[in-house]
Design a protein around this ligand. Structure first.
Ligand SMILES: [Zn+2]
Ligand SMILES: [Zn+2]
Length: 516
């Protein structure tokens, strides 16, 4: 097993900070200097946002800051409204990480990661710095050369990123860091150098011999590094590159992961508890994107074969797959759910058992619809609508309906709010039914539904406040109180609770929203 190859969500730079600025006595004046990273209070709404110090006005006891989101307003911030980036975004030392989490051998999954302490939902488990961030800019010349090779004749792996990262590890890292990568999980530790590796080394030898004379590369070793990157790295969140971590690669996958993550300063990996953890609980993340966690067990397992393992998580071991529901043919009220091993469960409303020929027919229809939905053009709303109409006659609480609800929500959110809201409501219903934990998708569904209610039914304060509150609480767990994602529903709650008041003098009591 190894860690994810794709970022499970598009969370960008984490922005958590909790340490107040140093004390304000004359002899202990904050020593801010231009270029320092800070969290500063934006007077527009009283929330903290990430920024860089542009200028220090020591007499006025204030800073001129440059906001990360390039907002040009309220750039002067007094010393007492600035926080240092806290331990929640800055990478921890390996010793501190090792106090929090241990690597242990397991019977069936190899080495895995466990927490040494209980954690509350949303609490940072640890923050780890990358072993290497492999970006084209590290060696543009080599990157361009590999790209031209790939264009002339595609590499078997389908991309140059893994080979480039493997070469960069060899060229850029000290021997100890290379050993960390060599120690990572690969399906076949004794793999022969692949055609790609042989071809790349030969081509570098022919075209850029100076690179290899400076850093000789053994083909077997390069193959091992390529596989280590392939099975353990994460896609870089901004550029065309990859990131590899040390401890995080020990984090196994689960379709019901105990942890979630976002990026901190300098591509640090901020690992948080998604649920309450007891001492000794396993730390798991999802190698799949949020939307794939809402697909059937069979589809999830199929996608996870990219990492060469069969998922044995609690969700994958359920006997009944409640993400594959079929409308009962007899009563038309209840649902037959699919069994993971084949066949259908009795209807939960009328308790009738589906006839054998109905089972065959329904499972066959399901295969057809899965293909149809996978090939739908989400911009052709009329076609999606046609398939949806036909599908709701056969399926209920089925992930393909969720996929189409998502397409129709997207299609209608600008021009047909009542229809859009109904599809959004159904998305939330399915998500909570099939997988009830906080995800970025679910949080944003709630926030967007709150926006719709506010514009469509401004008198339903009870409803939109509830939606914003759910979004806020989930995002606080997923990426912390001070992340820009969390600030968004927070600001909406703040505005809803103070319709007439100006927010200019508000303080950043994001945690107080609990009582909003
Ligand atoms: Zn699973
Ligand atoms: Zn029935």
């Amino acid at each position: 097993r190894g860690a994810a190859q794709m970022a499970p969500h598009e969370a960008k730079v984490g922005s958590e900070g909790k340490h107040p600025a140093p004390a304000e006595e004359e002899h202990d004046e904050p020593m801010w200097k231009p270029g320092d990273r800070v969290f500063a209070l934006w007077a527009g709404n009283g929330c903290f946002y990430p920024a860089t110090v542009a200028d220090v006005q020591r007499e006025q006891r204030s800073l001129m800051v440059t906001w990360d989101d390039a907002d040009g307003s309220h750039r002067t911030v007094s010393f007492d409204q600035v926080m240092e980036p806290g331990e929640e975004t800055v990478a921890w030392s390996m010793a501190k990480i090792d106090r929090r989490a241990s690597v242990r051998d397991t019977d069936n999954k190899g080495r895995c990661l466990f927490t040494n302490e209980a954690c509350e939902p949303g609490q940072v488990v640890f923050v780890e710095k990358p072993t290497l961030v492999s970006l084209p800019s590290l060696s543009q010349k080599l990157w361009d050369h590999l790209q031209s090779l790939h264009e002339a004749q595609p590499l078997n792996l389908g991309t140059v990123t893994f080979h480039f990262a493997a070469l960069m590890s060899q060229f850029e890292l000290d021997p100890m860091s290379i050993d960390v990568i060599m120690d990572k999980f690969v399906p076949d530790p004794d793999e022969e150098p692949s055609e790609d590796v042989v071809r790349i080394l030969q081509s570098i030898q022919d075209n850029m011999p100076e690179i290899l004379s400076e850093h000789p590369v053994d083909p077997r070793r390069l193959q091992r590094l390529v596989s280590a990157w392939r099975y353990n790295s994460f896609g870089h969140h901004k550029e065309d590159g990859l990131v590899l971590y040390n401890r995080i690669s020990m984090c196994a996958h689960s379709c019901d992961p105990t942890c979630c993550w976002s990026y901190g300063d300098g591509d640090a990996f901020v690992l948080r508890a998604r649920v309450a953890l007891k001492k000794g609980d396993e730390l798991t993340i999802s190698y799949l994107q949020d939307e794939d966690l809402l697909k059937s067990t069979a589809i999830r397992q199929q996608k996870l074969h990219n990492w060469r393992f069969t998922c044995q998580c609690t969700r994958c071991n359920l006997r009944v797959d409640t993400g594959r529901g079929f409308r009962c043919r007899r009563c038309r009220i209840g649902i037959f759910y699919a069994c993971t091993v084949g066949g259908l469960e009795p209807c939960w409303a009328c308790n009738s058992t589906p006839l054998q020929e109905d089972v065959q027919m329904l499972l066959h229809l399901e295969e057809e619809y899965v293909l149809r939905v996978e090939n739908l053009d989400k911009f052709d709303a009329a076609d999606v609508e046609t398939v949806y109409q036909a599908a709701i006659d056969i399926f209920e609480r089925h992930w393909i309906l969720y996929v189409m609800d998502t397409m129709l929500w997207e299609a209608y959110r600008q021009k047909n709010l009542p229809d859009a809201m109904e599809h959004q409501r159904r998305r939330i219903e399915f998500h909570e039914h099939y997988y009830g934990r906080p995800t970025f998708i679910l949080a944003w569904c709630h926030e967007e539904l709150g926006d719709c209610v506010l514009s469509q039914f401004p008198h339903r304060k009870w409803q939109y406040i509830q939606e914003f509150q759910r979004a806020y609480q989930m995002l606080a767990i997923l990426c912390g109180n001070h992340h820009q994602y969390t600030a968004s529903p927070y600001n909406k709650l703040f505005a809803a609770s103070n319709p007439n008041g100006s927010a200019d003098n508000g303080t950043a009591g994001a945690a107080n929203v609990n009582s909003a």
